[in-house]
Design a protein around this ligand. Structure first.
Ligand SMILES: C[S@@+](CC[C@H](N)C(=O)[O-])C[C@H]1O[C@@H](n2cnc3c(N)ncnc32)[C@H](O)[C@@H]1O
Length: 213
């Protein structure tokens, strides 16, 4: 799979991301606490963006962030330095991660699996790089389980994807995580209001890698 991640769209996405998110960030914070906030040990965040999760990691976490967009990575470095947070930033894609099997205690995604090229590959990789007994913590927006709402998401997806440079509204991310071979997958689905009279289905949860490899 050939993957590249630069160009004007990605630069603009990095420039505007925090501003565009500002209106909904306060609604997202509880789920950052529920995922990043309960991580421990050696932690990998896939697609860390500009570092919105940084303030929520407990002290003592040894944090690595994988981020393919160099413009995002630059902002992430600035934010981490400003907060005095040690972080190793690694360029790369979740579909093929440059880490050995069983490296991390926790792997985390927040609003990332909507953007990756291959969700199944990323969640399999997340499981591979976890230590036995390690936890994959995720908070994502997903396709609705209601027929009419999911049709609406499918219809809206092409323009949405274009304007957001790659975000998809119509993915069954919970199903992909359930199919990735974790020992236990535990999540809940709910609707997040984004201010206007629109609610977006979200999932938040944890998948655990079995103790025996
Ligand atoms: C919507 S942003 C979310 C950023 C951050 N996690 C947050 O909570 O604000 C999605 C991030 O995923 C990254 N991304 C996109 N495709 C990716 C891939 N294949 N592997 C890893 N990260 C990816 C983007 O560069 C971007 O930083």
């Amino acid at each position: 799979m050939t993957m590249s991640y630069d160009g004007l769209g990605k630069r603009l996405f990095a420039t505007w991301y925090d501003l565009l998110n500002a209106g909904v960030e306060h609604r997202v914070i509880p789920f950052r606490r529920e995922t990043a906030g309960v991580s421990d040990g050696d932690v990998l965040e896939i697609g860390g963006g500009t570092g919105a999760n940084l303030p929520f990691y407990p002290e003592g976490v040894r944090l690595t962030v994988l981020e393919p967009n160099p413009h995002m990575a630059r902002k992430l470095r600035r934010n981490a330095d400003r907060q005095g947070r040690a972080v190793t930033i690694v360029p790369g894609f979740g579909e093929r991660m440059p880490f050995a099997d069983g490296t991390f205690d926790c792997v985390l995604t927040t609003l990332v699996l909507c953007m990756v090229q291959d969700v199944e590959a990323v969640v399999h990789e997340a499981r591979r790089v976890l230590k036995p007994g390690g936890r994959f913590l995720f908070y994502e927006h997903v396709v609705s389980s209601h027929q009419w709402a999911s049709r609406w998401q499918t219809w809206l997806n092409p323009p949405w994807r274009f304007f957001t440079t790659g975000c998809n509204l119509d993915r069954d991310i919970g199903g992909d995580i359930e199919g990735a071979g974790f020992e236990n997958v535990d999540y809940r689905q709910f609707s997040l209001s984004v201010g206007v009279p629109v609610k977006i289905p979200n999932i938040v949860g944890v998948a655990t890698r079995a103790n025996a490899p």
